[in-house]
Design a protein around this ligand. Structure first.
Ligand code: GLY
Length: 399
């Protein structure tokens, strides 16, 4: 009788999509209380930030030394993170002011659904409209997401097997590792519409990237330039990293997150294996600091004096907390311990801003684009977004 009862409970949890690792998950009570405090502090911080955001503009960063903000127009790759962070904070705090601010921001963002000049529609529209649709599904959000997915796939080249990253560059058909993050929108579009072409393109892009972006040690090049007529690789270089042959930290985290999503959406084991290899590259790298916050590039020569990148750490923590669900228990325990370490460090005064400072952003000390000397050691909208997401994932594991 007891075993039938247990079987029914386990079956019900499986139906809810809860994995065995999640069932066994034992959250750290101290960290949970830190996370609760972080959410209420972040709510206050975003109330500071929202007073400063001009209509029809989107927060990028703040320069503490000069107390100057940088905002973007809707077509910048980061324009959806502000709304996404507000929406996730609303989920955690029920502060309706944040919800209304997010809706206002999305009103100005919506027109990007028809933007075929960027590969970043996943970042822009799925973090915002995708999150809103999870909280309060609506035909309007679904339509925006479908239009965005249709715009994104116009950039796919079947000969190359990838979605093109940037237009108007010296490169013929550049594809950056970051682009793995835009596939989640396409997986959603197939689930929603039943049209498998979005799924097919996402899987093809993931396969081509696995073949050409990764080195034997499972670190990733930042960019692969293809010949759009033959699909041949012309070159493998970096734009945002220290060197062509180096491992730019955020790029490694984008890849880890991207392949974890690809596994979630396809259940194809090769993506799971890839994600585990990437996680192991990062977590066992001799230059990965014991407090969990990567240097902005794993191979920059001035380590240990190089700057850290809180944004890479946030993406990494969030990705590890999803990967945790799918792997063998010994690996899972390492991944969750690594994520706990990152969240703990980011929650310390070293990274988490005092309320009312840092322009209203939650985290300090990210590196946007070192080679172009922009956004260095500053808050960044996506560092906040993935930090909030990582904390939500931690709190919701097993629920
Ligand atoms: N291009 C996205 C990033 O800076 O990570």
């Amino acid at each position: 009788m007891r075993s039938i009862f247990l079987f029914c409970c386990i079956s019900l949890l499986c139906l809810k999509g809860i994995t065995q690792n999640e069932r066994l998950f034992q959250p750290d009570a101290k960290l949970l209380s830190v996370i609760n405090k972080n959410f209420s502090d972040a709510d206050e911080q975003y109330r500071v930030l929202m007073k400063m955001v001009p209509e029809n503009e989107f927060p990028k960063t703040f320069f503490p030394a000069t107390r100057k903000y940088e905002f973007s127009s809707a077509d910048w790759w980061c324009s959806g993170f502000y709304a996404g962070t507000l929406l996730n904070l609303f989920r955690e705090t029920n502060d309706t002011l944040l919800w209304h601010e997010a809706i206002k921001s999305m009103h100005f963002l919506q027109k990007e659904e028809f933007n075929t000049g960027t590969h970043d529609l996943g970042f822009m529209m799925y973090s915002s409209f995708g999150t809103a649709n999870k909280i309060s599904p609506s035909k309007n959000y679904e339509q925006v997401l479908m239009n965005s997915a249709k715009s994104l796939i116009t950039r796919f080249n079947a000969k190359v097997g990838c979605i093109k990253s940037w237009d108007n560059t010296p490169w013929k058909f550049p594809v950056i590792i970051d682009n793995m993050m835009n596939l989640e929108l396409l997986f959603w579009a197939t689930k929603f519409s039943g049209d498998s072409s979005f799924y097919h393109i996402a899987v093809t892009h993931a396969n081509t990237t696995m073949k050409n972006h990764y080195r034997p040690d499972y670190s990733s090049y930042h960019m692969v330039n293809y010949d759009p007529n033959t699909g041949n690789v012309i070159g493998k270089i970096t734009v945002q990293g220290y060197a062509d042959s180096s491992a730019w930290a955020r790029g490694q985290a984008w890849g880890l997150y991207g392949y974890t999503v690809a596994y979630r959406e396809t259940k194809d084991n090769k993506y799971l294996q890839q994600a585990e290899y990437i996680a192991d590259f990062i977590l066992h790298h001799p230059n990965y600091p014991s407090d969990g916050i990567p240097y902005w590039d794993f191979n920059v020569p001035n380590i240990p004096h190089a700057l850290r990148d809180a944004s890479a750490a946030s993406v990494l923590a969030s990705a590890l907390l999803e990967l945790y669900k799918y792997v063998d228990l010994p690996h899972a325990k390492n991944y969750v311990a690594a994520a706990e370490k990152i969240i703990t460090t980011l929650s310390s005064p070293q990274y988490k801003a005092v309320i009312g400072t840092n322009g209203g952003f939650i985290l300090e000390h990210s590196v946007g684009h070192m080679p172009s000397k922009s956004e260095i050691d500053v808050p960044l909208t996506y560092a906040d977004y993935y930090f909030v997401e990582a904390m939500m994932r931690y709190r919701n594991l097993g629920k």
